[in-house]
Write a protein that binds this ligand. Structure first.
Ligand code: PHE
Length: 452
């Protein structure tokens, strides 16, 4: 076993593991999606609901995933197979690997957009918009441009491949050790800039004052889905990262750190975006275009906006990249552990296949914009299948598996393997058994039957 572990690789330090897992969690979900859904769902009230979802669903499932990973030292398929051989539960692992494959294919496209916006910031291409309408039109033109989109998508996937091919310690851990602190420093700089703008207070009031009248049933569901996606749960990313943990690691405190870090970054992102948007007299209810259409207009009007724009899009690219490497690692770990492939082959072959599958997603806003099935583009379908189906089902089944099939007693034993005391064991056992699976099931059903 030890020898096999060495072949798979291990995290060198506890900090490196926490940085890598936080890097997986902190992504487009925090920087791009969180602010705009808060903007559309009544600010502070939505934030409160989100925090409850993190506590009752996110936290317990993350610990469950880390525990499965560390116990088995295997990829999601191998892990479920080792715990309950030849049972349908192994299907959770397959769903996870498939989800990693699908999510990365469109995540890489959006990752490419972020790189393009770094370049466009540097070259003063996006700092002359009089209003979000103009910035939005520019963005629409850019994502419809086949050559540019595919080029940046390829560069982003190339970076992802270059990091993952170097392995768990030499690639992923080293990259995250540098990139995550950089991200935090950039976030602090942007926060100071945004909060010292004239009129920033108005944004703060919107963000922090809970207006419960704007909260609907639908926003509760959104909050839960967001908690899931943002923490990288339901597809075995955290099982895979947990599988590279040495036995002495304290899983419960690592879980708390990663959850806190991810949540803090999302919350602080709000402290950048809302003060800046309000100070420039704009509206935060723009939806998905908030980051790419409203922010360039915000930066145009802001003192030192050019620098802020460069820093912001680099931050966004870093966030996307450290998540993308965790998605690729899930797929790669499966081919290494289960199929006996070497790392190089697994990374190169799978990286290229995922890139190729991403191309129709990349073209979904241009050449293929009219190629629709049930009214949705290729991009929409891949996003919908993975985010709205595979992740919640995977998360719910993982909770049920740990709570009722493998059993909380076994899990508990693994968590306390190295004389760590599990202080919140009673809370964890209660939520993983009764609350998390039911809550996810409700969200899932409400998503498939939105009108009933
Ligand atoms: N957590 C990432 C984000 O917030 C997305 C992600 C989901 C990454 C699932 C890995 C696995 O953007």
């Amino acid at each position: 076993m030890t020898e096999a572990n060495h072949k798979r690789g291990l995290w060198a330090t506890r900090m490196g593991f926490i940085m890598a897992a936080s890097g997986s969690a902190v992504g487009l979900g925090n920087v791009w999606k969180f602010p705009y859904i808060v903007g559309e769902n009544g600010g502070g009230a939505f934030v409160l609901v989100y925090l409850v979802c993190i506590a009752v669903v996110g936290l317990p499932i993350m610990l469950a995933e880390f525990t499965i990973g560390r116990k088995t030292s295997l990829n999601p398929v191998g892990a479920f197979h080792q715990l309950k051989p030849n049972t349908p539960w192994v299907g959770i692992g397959f769903m996870g690997v498939l989800a990693g494959f699908l999510i990365l294919s469109f995540y890489g496209v959006v990752g490419g957009w972020t790189l393009a916006y770094v370049v466009k910031s540097l070259t003063h291409t996006i700092d002359h918009f009089a209003n979000p309408g103009e910035a939005g039109k520019f963005f629409g033109g850019f994502i419809g441009n086949t050559g540019e989109v595919v080029f940046y998508h390829a560069v982003f996937m190339g970076l992802t491949i270059a990091i993952v091919i170097k392995g768990v310690h030499g690639g992923i851990e080293k990259a995250c050790d540098i990139l995550m602190p950089t991200l935090v420093v950039m976030l602090v700089i942007l926060m100071v800039r945004a909060l010292t703008l004239d009129g920033a207070m108005e944004g703060l009031r919107f963000y922090l004052y809970p207006d419960f009248s704007k909260l609907s049933g639908q926003s509760v569901l959104l909050a839960m889905g967001q908690a899931f996606f943002s923490l990288s749960l339901g597809m075995g990313a955290m099982i895979t990262y947990g599988s590279y943990l040495p036995a002495k690691e304290n899983l419960t405190s690592a879980t708390l750190y990663v959850v806190l870090f991810d949540t803090l970054i999302a919350l602080l992102m709000g402290l950048v975006i809302f003060p800046a948007v309000f100070a420039m007299g704009l509206e935060p209810t723009e939806g998905p275009g908030l980051v790419f259409s409203v922010l360039p207009a915000v930066f145009t009007g802001m003192p030192m906006g050019w620098i802020a724009s460069i820093i912001f899009f680099i931050l966004l690219a870093i966030a996307a990249l450290t998540s993308a490497i965790s998605l690729l690692e899930v797929v790669v770990a499966y081919f290494i552990d289960q199929k006996g492939w070497g790392r190089q082959k697994a990374v190169l072959v799978m990286g290229l296949v995922i890139f190729a599958l991403g191309i129709p997603s990349g073209l979904s806003f241009g050449l293929l914009a009219d190629a629709r099935l049930f009214g949705m583009t290729f991009f929409d379908h891949v996003d919908n299948i993975s985010s709205n189906y595979l992740l919640p089902i995977g998360g719910m089944l993982t909770a049920i598996f740990v709570a009722w099939v493998w059993g909380t007693r076994e899990a508990h034993r693994e968590i306390e393997r190295h004389e760590t005391t599990f202080h919140w064991a009673a809370y964890w056992e209660f939520v993983i058994r009764y609350i998390a699976p039911v809550a996810v099931a409700i969200v899932f059903l409400a998503k498939i039957f939105p009108d009933s």
